[in-house]
Design a protein. Structure first.
Length: 200
């Protein structure tokens, strides 16, 4: 409850958010926060963990009816993943801009060489790879009913879907006159970019 209330505030204020603001948003007393968390930094770290986590996205995917046409299922999945990555980027970006660094490790702890490699503010790289695997497997489940229609395995189709989607989301607007819409992305994935595939 505290993290859910804090997330939009962290996205707006970054590390400048106060525990008083979080308590008001959660409808609790400020002291209650410190019964659950050691300090504000621990709340911020929990917010990053929640934003990085894929649980919400996986619930969205699980709610997509397998009775829908394949293109419709994939379009819904694309929209859900876009929303997930947008929230993640907003939270991480706000914290980074305000000077917060995730994964503080005060005092003695494991040597740097024993820790998973970590980019500036994101999750450990091993964790990131696991997240991508979880996402791919969820997309595989979504498209499995149409296995017989694919030339490639559902695993490869799911990997292509995620690759196209991540590329679309990471392309700066200035570099693309008009980024692919989710419908266009799914059309390219399922039917290619040629009017008549195999004609070249």
């Amino acid at each position: 409850m505290i993290v859910a209330a804090a997330l939009p505030l962290v996205a707006e204020y970054g590390a400048a958010v106060t525990t008083s603001q979080i308590a008001r948003a959660a409808g609790i007393g400020e002291a209650t926060i410190f019964r659950a968390f050691k300090d504000k930094d621990e709340v911020l770290d929990a917010c990053v963990a929640e934003a990085v986590g894929t649980d919400h996205f996986l619930r969205e995917l699980a709610s997509i009816s397998l009775d829908e046409p394949l293109a419709g299922r994939l379009t819904e999945a694309a929209e859900a993943l876009r929303a997930h990555l947008e929230r993640l980027g907003t939270v991480i970006g706000a914290l980074h801009a305000s000077g917060h660094r995730r994964g503080r490790e005060p005092g003695a702890g494991p040597r740097d060489s024993d820790r998973p490699r970590r980019d500036a503010d994101g999750p450990p790289r091993d964790s990131r790879a696991e997240s991508v695997t979880v996402l791919r497997n969820a997309v595989v489940e979504l498209i499995e009913p149409d296995r017989a229609a694919f030339r490639l395995s559902p695993e490869k189709v799911a990997a292509a879907f995620l690759g196209l989607l991540f590329t679309r989301l990471q392309t700066p607007a200035a570099e693309a006159d008009a980024p692919l819409t989710p419908d266009e992305l799914i059309d390219v994935l399922l039917h290619g970019a040629l009017h008549h595939p195999g004609s070249t």
